[in-house]
Design a protein around this ligand. Structure first.
Ligand SMILES: [Zn+2]
Length: 155
């Protein structure tokens, strides 16, 4: 386990799982902000079943250029990458981080087709997502307990 996670060792497993779900949602957030989208709200659903990130109305309609579309797709994969990194550093079982990922990957494939970007391999988007998660890790680590605790962050 990475030393910065020792503060969470005493947390009940349910709450530690919620932290990981928070990191997942924050992964979407940092990647979409990195791509220039405005995030309106970050939410964790009750019962530890995942959460969602809402983009502002203008950002949702701002998917015209290739860069914006790529950035949106990278953001869809960034939740899984952030959750995986959290599990890895916290020494949590990675298999626990399945909820939400299946939905994200379906959304990725649907949008990739819709945007006409199927010629770019998924591994390329994933690599980009991973790099963004690494670069913005402090922000994710700092905000995860707040999101886990409150269940909602309005930006
Ligand atoms: Zn997600």
């Amino acid at each position: 386990m990475h030393s910065e996670f020792t503060a969470f060792v005493a947390w009940p497993p349910r709450d530690r799982h919620r932290l990981m779900l928070a990191a997942h949602e924050l992964g979407h957030v940092v990647a979409w902000q990195h791509a220039g989208f405005a995030v309106a709200e970050i939410k964790l659903h009750p019962g530890n079943v995942g959460g969602e990130v809402s983009l502002s109305k203008s950002s949702r309609t701002n998917l015209r250029t290739i860069e914006q579309r790529r950035g949106y797709l990278v953001g869809l994969l960034a939740g899984t990458e952030a959750g995986a990194r959290w599990c890895e550093l916290a020494g949590e079982f990675r298999g626990d981080h399945a909820s939400g990922c299946a939905w994200d990957h379906r959304a990725f494939m649907r949008n990739q087709r819709h945007f006409g970007l199927t010629h770019i391999p998924k591994s390329e988007f994933r690599r980009e997502a991973r790099a963004i998660i690494r670069a913005h890790w402090r922000q994710i680590f700092r905000l995860a307990p707040t999101l886990a605790h409150r269940g909602l962050i309005a930006v």
